[in-house]
Structure formats: structure tokens, C-alpha cells
Design a protein around this ligand. Structure first.
Ligand code: SF4
Length: 423
């Protein structure tokens, strides 16, 4: 495993302060939150407990969990896992209860995805599909490190961004392969033992696969070792399977059991209920804040309630004291209506959070004039942002005092950031 902590990126106090817990877990100096959740005992009978009773239990146990997390953060030893059901299994049971009247995201479709007879806006039944999984070397430096971010890429989405840069995955619900929770756990287990710094749950969108991911994390928290059949199944979607990675148990070990920081890489268009479950299991969050408060989320992504949902969820991260960074992609002709209000909002509500003000927008999906899916109604964003649009965006971030330069520009100076040369 590369030595993540040796990267120069940590010399930026904003990065270090925002991601201290993540770094400790990535380096196996602390157990991930799912390991702590496994030590918080509870009692429930899945056959008789109502969903309301299960939510009441979650609300009752969350403060206990937070006290334990705080103690572990301060150096206390991790207690032994619960003999019977724990907070981890409670989260899994709740995610499956939600699946029966799906309210993972604000579409609130209320369809029974277990039955699969009616589908919601994401067009998914209960099966989770993975397009690829691999050592991602393109994420922000603190996530990709030297060994890559252990990325598991899910299909389909609950938004409809006309410019989606992964349109083949997000708009095709049948892309990739159907996977069960044990196969997902096997992917995470292998990636981490191959040295990845984190397990990066991403899509399309991930919250629409909440039940399968929570199930996989619960499995990982209970002494999981994949069988050879599960390893073989996991290999099907491994994009870098022709590279050779040594598997080293110590890369994934805290106190004799599997350990890895869980990274929630999401459009953040999700309900409070999903947030409450993820709070127990997520070590570091990577929300996208794409659109301003006007109509752009509707005209470009057919997504109502965007601004109020995503800003509410990011505010919760702040209030909960979670580790997170924010991404904002500068879009052509949307600097005034989207970039400026987004940056202003961050300055007011999360001024110390590292932000990636990204320049890599390119016309894709329905906005690519050279593509067969092109729709003329998107011509305003059918180009790359100009250098003056990008400069104006970065200047605004600078004027607001945002912590964005290290995160946004590290690739301009990779050798220094990676500490290859003493500078
Ligand atoms: S995940 Fe969202 S879009 Fe999909 S069925 Fe559930 S509520 Fe609807």
C-alpha cells in the first residue's frame, strides 16, 4: 500500500483538517465506522419488528454510536463486535425495508423494488449492477494516492444530466453485470488488499443501490473472506484484471479484521433517511454540487428539488462533523447561474471544506454535437468552457477565500504534491 500520509497534499491544513479521520482509517491507524457499528449491540426480530420500530432503534442507537466513534477517534480501543445483531445489521434491515417502498432519493417513487413489477425513476428493481471496478488513478490526489482509489462503478442514475460524462453507464440500466452483496463485498475486499486507499462507491448514482451496498458493508464487518467462486465472480467486472497486484492482508487490517475507509461519491440527491443510514457507515463523503438554485437542474437534468436537497445534505455533513470534500464542474454558459451561487453557498455554509472547481467539462451524451444522441435544445452547453469562464470561476472562489487551489490544481504540479522532490 502506498504511503498516503507522505503525500505533500497533506501539508495544506485545510485538506489535513477536513480529512483527518479518513486518513487515519486509510492508514489503518483507526477502524472504519462500519467496524465501530458492529460493536453496538441491538435486538430486533426482522419477522415481527415494524419499520417504524426499527427507525426508532436507529435514532436511539445513533448517539451511542457517535460517543463510541468519538472515543475511538481519541485513541480508545475498539470494543469486541456484538455477539448478536448490531447497528450494522439494523442499517441493513432498514435499507431493505426502504427498498419495499423505495424512498432512497427524493423521487420518493414508493414502488416495491423487491417485486420489480413497477419501476421508479431510476428504472431499477432490486438487483444491483456494476459496470466496472478498478484502482482509479483519476480521482483527487488524497483519494487516488499512490495506489489508486478502490472504485466500484454502479449503473443507472436518479438524475438525467444531458451532459453526463458517463452516459453509457448512467442511462443504460442494463449496463454491466448483476451482482449480489457477497460479490460486492469480495470486490471491496480484494481492492483493499491490493492496496487501494479507500472503497469508492460511485455511479451513475450510488444511492439507488443503497440496499446492496449497505448489505455488502455489513458483510465486510462480520469477518468476511470470499470463497474462490466469489473471487471469480468479482473478477468479471475488474477493469484492471490484466495488471498484477499483490494482495497483502496487512493493507486491509485493523486489529486482525478487514478495514477500509468507505467513500460515498454521489450526486447527493438522496433522502434524509438514506443520509441517516449512511452516517453510520461512511468515513468520507464526496458530494457533487452541480447546479445553482434556479431552473438549471430542471432544464439540464430533469431534476426537481435539486438545490434544497443537495444543500440540505451537505449542511448535514457539516453539522455532523463528517470528513468531506465538494466537487463542482464549471459548465459553459452556466457560470453566473450555477458556479457563482454554488461557490457563494459554499463560502457561507462550508467555508473550510476543500473544493474541486473542475475544468474538465466536455460536451457529451445529449450535448455532443458530433454524437448520435445530440439534441439541439442543449446547444448552449455543447462546447467546453472557455478559459475566461474558468478564470472567472476560479477568481470568484479566490475572492471568497475558498479552500480550492490545492484540490483543483494539484495535477498542475504532481511531482511536488506527491513529494517526489523536496520543495
Ligand atoms: S432510488 Fe429514487 S428513483 Fe429509484 S425507485 Fe427509489 S426513490 Fe425512485
Amino acid at each position: 500500500m502506498g504511503e498516503l500520509h507522505r503525500l505533500r497534499v497533506w501539508e495544506d491544513p485545510a485538506v489535513r483538517d477536513a480529512l483527518a479521520w479518513y486518513l487515519d482509517v486509510a492508514e489503518n491507524r483507526r477502524p472504519a465506522k462500519f467496524r465501530i457499528a458492529a460493536t453496538v449491540p441491538t435486538h430486533f426480530n426482522p419477522a415481527t419488528a415494524s419499520e417504524e420500530e426499527l427507525w426508532a432503534k436507529l435514532h436511539q442507537l445513533t448517539p451511542d454510536f457517535l460517543i463510541r466513534w468519538e472515543a475511538v477517534r481519541a485513541g480508545a480501543q475498539l470494543p469486541a463486535p456484538a455477539d448478536g445483531p448490531s447497528l450494522l445489521e439494523l442499517c441493513r434491515e432498514l435499507a431493505y425495508r426502504m427498498l419495499a417502498h423505495c424512498n432512497f432519493c427524493p423521487w420518493d417513487c414508493r414502488v416495491d423494488r423487491r417485486a420489480g413489477l413497477k419501476l421508479g425513476a431510476c428504472k431499477l428493481a432490486s438487483d444491483a449492477r456494476v459496470s466496472t471496478h478498478f484502482h482509479h488513478t483519476g480521482e483527487e490526489l488524497f483519494y487516488r494516492g499512490t495506489a489508486g482509489s478502490g472504485t466500484i462503478f454502479f449503473t443507472s442514475c436518479n438524475m438525467r444530466c444531458a451532459f453526463c460524462q458517463n452516459g453509457d453507464i448512467s442511462t443504460d440500466k442494463d449496463n454491466g453485470e448483476e451482482v449480489d452483496a457477497r460479490t460486492l463485498a469480495a470486490m471491496a475486499w480484494i481492492l483493499r488488499r491490493e492496496g487501494c486507499h479507500n472503497i469508492n462507491w460511485v455511479g451513475g448514482e450510488v444511492v439507488i443501490h443503497l440496499h446492496a451496498i449497505v448489505d455488502a458493508v455489513a458483510i465486510l464487518g462480520r469477518g468476511f473472506v470470499p470463497t474462490s467462486a466469489e473471487r471469480k465472480r468479482a473478477r468479471h467486472t475488474k477493469a484492471d484484471r490484466f495488471f498484477f497486484f499483490d494482495e497483502v492482508p496487512e493493507f486491509a487490517d485493523y486489529d486482525g479484521s478487514f478495514n477500509a475507509p468507505m467513500l460515498w461519491n454521489s450526486n447527493f440527491f438522496m433522502t434524509l433517511e438514506s443520509m441517516k443510514i449512511l452516517r453510520i457507515l461512511t468515513d468520507v463523503w464526496l458530494p457533487d454540487l452541480k447546479f445553482g438554485p434556479g431552473r438549471c437542474a430542471m432544464t439540464l437534468a430533469k431534476t426537481p428539488w435539486y438545490w434544497e436537497t443537495v444543500t440540505r445534505n451537505i449542511e448535514l455533513l457539516k453539522e455532523w462533523g463528517e470528513d468531506f470534500t465538494i466537487r463542482h464542474l464549471v459548465m459553459p454558459n452556466h457560470v453566473e447561474c450555477c458556479t457563482y451561487p454554488v461557490l457563494d453557498w459554499i463560502a457561507e455554509h462550508a467555508p473550510t471544506t476543500p473544493v474541486n472547481v473542475m475544468a474538465q467539462f466536455h460536451p457529451d451524451n445529449f450535448c455532443d454535437p458530433g454524437g448520435s444522441k445530440y439534441r439541439d435544445k442543449y446547444r448552449e452547453i455543447a462546447r467546453q468552457p472557455t478559459s475566461s469562464e474558468l478564470t472567472a470561476s476560479w477568481n470568484r472562489a479566490r475572492e471568497l477565500g475558498l479552500e480550492f487551489e490545492t484540490t483543483t490544481f494539484e495535477h498542475r504540479d504532481p511531482l511536488r504534491m506527491m513529494g517526489m522532490f523536496g520543495m
